[in-house]
Design a binder for this molecule. Sequence first.
Ligand code: NAP
Length: 308
Amino acid sequence: MNNVYDVIIIGAGPAGMTAAIYAKRAKKNVLVFEKANYGGQIITTNDVENFPTYKHISGFEFAQNLYNQIIELGVEVKFEKVIDIKDGEVKEVITSDNAYKTKTIILATGADNRKLGIENEDKLTGKGISYCATCDGNFYKDKIVAVNGGGNTALEDAIYLSEIAKKVYLIHRRDSFRADEILVNELKTKSNIELILNSNIISLNGNDKLESIDIKNNDGNISNLKIDGLFLAIGRNPENQNFAKIINLDEKGYIIASEDCHTNKEGIFVAGDNRVKDLRQLVTATSDGAIAATEAIKYINSKKSTNL
Ligand code: NAP
């Protein structure tokens, strides 16, 4: 059968790129699609300290190493946005540019930044509002910034920014953090981080750039905070909208799959943060990539007698 890939992987984050290593090393014909930059969410992490063998590595360097590894193996990567997939014995992946045939698909699209969903958020993004402290933090040297959120990302961002900015406010809607204890303890050592707890941002003020935010305390008190930059780290949403027609998702939009990474469709697998799971980490994303590729290889081999 001509022009049919063995494995098409959608998403060049740690899960997708690890799947590519496994599939390519098994001598499969592999194509990876990426709609933006390779690396996925990890490129926004300043310092990875919990991936075995690395005591410290920047998320960017990790992603670069992984990308170099798949390119050296001969994996084909296309920077095209996938807009649809079609099931069948031979499956189809449709991008904004083209359509591609494949025996198996691995959905490794990860997750995208959750938005506050209030007025001016889009207008001021890039003009004082950012979702990536390691990308944009250097613009705020000796300035006043705020971080919103109480998870690992928010605390890592606040700690990172405290080394650059004069003052960092950490705004969180509760009085306890869901971030790891090690980060909470480190946060407490930073004298230029001030906590604003039990509070939500209700207004983003400024025309050409962010000038201040209004914060509502859970008691109902509203205050105005003048800041130069706001870093939103309030979680992520899975990027599965384009597959919802044929792939089963849970009520939050995550692909329903267990540790074997099988979806409800034969020959379509999932890897990484876009599936239902308890622990979303670099190490579990790469683990998913290895499992999904291995399952895809098994599926292809099981169909050999049918000439797929
Ligand atoms: P997260 O763990 O989902 O935390 C999101 C935070 O934002 C929570 O504190 C949540 O508050 C708050 N939040 C959610 N919606 C909000 C809204 N509309 N308004 C205000 N606050 C809101 O997200 P994350 O920190 O991006 O982490 C995502 C995953 O990546 C997690 O599994 C995390 O462990 C992992 N991660 C790991 C590392 C690491 O290990 N080094 C680094 C970064 C991320 P509540 O707590 O009240 O729900």
